[in-house]
Write a protein that binds this ligand. Structure first.
Ligand SMILES: *Cc1c(COP(=O)(O)O)cnc(C)c1O
Length: 398
């Protein structure tokens, strides 16, 4: 017998849980894209997006997923043959570097492994060696969704200043914006990218590139930028179609409007605090389970853990078995391990992830943890007793 019949719960790190308000806002006839309600609504979207990124800079919107924003951001600031330094704390740093390489940009990787954040001292040492200041941009991933390591972006800016290096600081916030505290202007990021389907709670399909005046100046000095990726007109359109380089992504925009209302009605500080408490509840359960069994949080130091995604190690084949059990028996889909072992390595079956980004609350997280605890028992995977109670104590303490 399966106990999965009921509302399914996709607890993977993107796409995230879609709020009913977002889905209902999207359920409508096609709007006119030349005048009227849609055109008026879009004028308010850019300011509200900037409030989520804590920036007074500019924002360009693309009909693209996160991979598209990797390319969009690079297309505006680096030519083929130029060099960027990519700080890799998991699979997604490598992904951004591969995107740069395929654009003819030289991407040098500064590797921090799969269980740790960016080490500012290592970044400093590399930048100090760049006497000719050839590195045009430092690419960072705030939260690497594969490892769930979260890096300190303000520290990266401090390092650039100490070395006196002019490189742009670019940040992939696809897994963190609207989940973890992120303050673009205060922390000194020049470019921030994100996508619609994680903390922003909208189906995949919209990408966002935020940039400041320094980055805009670098863009102006570029000999050319591809017509579609150029952020200039999108961020300062004279005609409505220029926001999107063509037809507006009509229904996604209605969904985004509803999602931004959810975020700002709750309050950004409260959104961050909610994610922080729910993440601590997850860690508390995992630590108790790990006391008498193989389960481990992938990032040992809580200060370096994401509040939106948690990568766990259980050992092969338990990770894959647990994911199958929770989906088939309880209606909860867990995330696969990503980039934690080489392809084809059976150890890849030993990892799994929880997505806890966006529209998630205490009862969902307690349900998720209770399901995992049931799965560990059903599969005979040794684990310490009382993980869910430990999580409940965190929730009770707020
Ligand atoms: C999800 C994600 C991406 C990729 O986004 P897609 O929409 O799948 O292209 C890139 N970087 C990070 C940190 C992500 O979490």
């Amino acid at each position: 017998m399966s106990l999965a019949h009921g509302r399914p719960y996709l607890a993977i790190p993107g796409p995230s849980v879609m709020p009913d308000a977002v889905l209902q806002a999207m359920h409508r006839a096609s709007p006119n894209i030349y005048e009227g309600e849609l055109v008026e609504m879009v004028a308010g979207i850019a300011p509200d997006l900037k409030r989520v990124a804590c920036t007074e800079g500019h924002v360009a919107i693309y009909i693209a997923n996160g991979h598209g924003t990797w390319e969009a951001a690079l297309a505006n600031v680096a030519m083929p043959g130029e060099r960027v330094l990519v700080c890799a704390t998991g699979r997604f740093g490598h992904g951004w570097a591969e995107m740069a390489e395929r654009m003819g940009i030289e991407a040098e990787i500064l590797e921090f492994g799969r269980q740790a954040p960016i080490d500012p001292e290592a970044l400093k040492a590399r930048l100090a060696k760049d006497a000719g200041q050839e590195i045009k941009a430092v690419l960072t991933v705030h939260t690497d969704t594969s490892s769930s390591a979260r890096s300190d972006i303000a520290e990266c800016r401090r390092v650039l200043e100490e070395v006196g290096h002019p490189a742009l600081l670019m940040v992939d916030c696809i897994a963190s914006l609207g989940c973890d505290r992120y303050e673009m202007d205060l922390w000194g990021a020049d470019v921030t990218i994100t996508a619609s389907q994680k903390g922003l709670m909208v189906p995949p399909g919209l990408g966002f590139v935020f940039f400041n005046d320094r980055a805009a100046e670098v863009r102006r000095a570029m000999p050319r930028v591809s017509r579609y990726w150029d952020w200039s007109e999108r961020a300062a359109p004279e005609m409505f179609y220029q926001y999107f380089g063509g037809t507006a992504p009509t229904h996604h925009l209605y969904g985004l409007r509803a999602a931004l209302d959810l975020i700002h009605d709750e309050g950004l500080e409260a959104v961050w605090a909610r994610h922080a408490v729910l993440a601590r509840a997850i860690w508390a359960a995992a630590e108790v389970w790990g006391e008498e069994g193989p389960l481990r949080l992938n990032i040992p130091d809580p200060a370096h853990r994401s509040h939106a995604v948690t990568a766990l190690r259980l050992g092969a084949p338990h990770g894959a078995r647990l994911r199958a059990w929770t989906a088939e028996q309880a209606g909860v889909t867990l995330g696969i391990g990503l980039g934690m072992s080489e392809e084809g390595d059976p150890k890849g079956e030993g990892f799994f992830r929880f997505g806890h980004m966006g529209h998630v609350n205490a009862h969902m997280i307690l349900g998720l943890l209770g399901t995992v605890e049931a799965g560990l028992s059903a599969l005979g995977v040794p684990h310490g007793p009382g993980g869910v109670s430990a999580a409940a104590r965190v929730i009770a303490g707020g």
